[in-house]
Write a protein of this length. Structure first.
Length: 301
């Protein structure tokens, strides 16, 4: 097969591992910077071009679209879909997962466990918003934040009010969520491929840090999931329409709750923590599904 990995940096661990895994299984693998692609949008011979040449005879695309490039990156993925090329994650599913508010609303509609979450526009409603999530301590999240950036733990009511007023004063959209104290600064990253969790790790925040992101100094260890946690992760990925996803869960007193569903989950942390060939599993999934009549995205919201 001819596989294209859409990535801005061929030196990234995840990109390199996917390329290595694909080539090890006998495929022709190319890493293409999606921001350097351009498109010929016609009815009969749609094309994606890179460095002046059309990308032809492509069997599959594995998107690694960064959050800051979502609009253009998903446009390139969508163009491949127009060309009837199999994509590991479809453009609509990527866009859906990148909208934190929309994601939570979709998960809530499917009855999937979530932290109590509030969203408001006016600063006049701050008191009601704080009360809605059970008061302080609480977590405030920028809708546009990634990798733990723009996430604040407000330990007192006054601190929460001040942070919310500051963010809204900058016209930034935020979510307010209950603080799951019993999680102890740890979360679970569940790596879902198809309809199965193929690897899982527990991420623990650095001392004094409530965010567990590895980019922020957190550590990762292999973890055994409960059946309920596995089911929740698979259902969350399916609700987003994602075929490959990293689902982040917290262990709360009322069961597993979903924090985020990531459409371009990193491979380094999960592979090193579990010693599993996650990249190979992704390639294997692509092999099995290229050329099949997998239905296009049917999620209505």
């Amino acid at each position: 097969m001819k596989i294209i990995i859409l990535s801005r940096d061929s030196n990234l661990y995840s990109t390199q591992r996917l390329q290595q895994a694909g080539e090890a299984r006998g495929h022709e693998v190319h890493v293409i910077d999606h921001m350097r692609c351009y498109m010929d949008i016609t009815s009969h011979r749609p094309k994606v071009l890179f460095q002046g040449k059309p990308l032809e005879a492509v069997d599959a695309v594995i998107p690694r679209i960064g959050a800051s490039n979502t609009f253009y990156g998903t446009a390139v993925v969508r163009q491949f879909e127009v060309m009837n090329v199999f994509t590991a994650n479809e453009s609509q599913a990527i866009s859906r997962s990148r909208d934190k508010l929309r994601s939570l609303q979709i998960l809530a509609r499917r009855g999937i466990g979530l932290p109590v979450t509030g969203f408001a526009h006016s600063t006049q409603d701050i008191d009601g918003l704080i009360e809605l999530v059970g008061g302080a301590p609480l977590v405030i999240k920028l809708l546009e934040g990634t990798q733990g950036i723009g996430v604040v733990l407000a330990e007192t009511y006054q601190a929460a009010k001040s942070v919310i007023e500051a963010f809204r004063g900058l016209d930034a959209n935020i979510l307010v969520q209950e603080y799951i104290k019993e999680a102890g600064g740890a979360d679970l990253r569940c790596f879902v491929i198809g309809e199965k969790v193929i690897a899982a790790m527990q991420r623990q925040g650095a001392p004094g840090e409530f965010r567990s992101n590895l980019h922020r100094g957190g550590s990762a260890t292999k973890v055994r999931l409960t059946p309920e946690e596995r089911s929740t992760a698979v259902r969350a990925a399916k609700a987003m329409g994602l075929r490959v996803a990293g689902v982040d869960l917290l262990r709360s007193n009322h069961g597993p709750v979903v924090m985020e569903v990531n459409s371009s989950p990193g491979l380094e942390g999960i592979e090193k923590a579990t010693s599993l060939d996650v990249a190979g599993k992704i390639i294997e999934y692509v092999e099995k599904n290229v050329g099949t009549e997998m239905g296009r995205d049917r999620i209505k919201y």
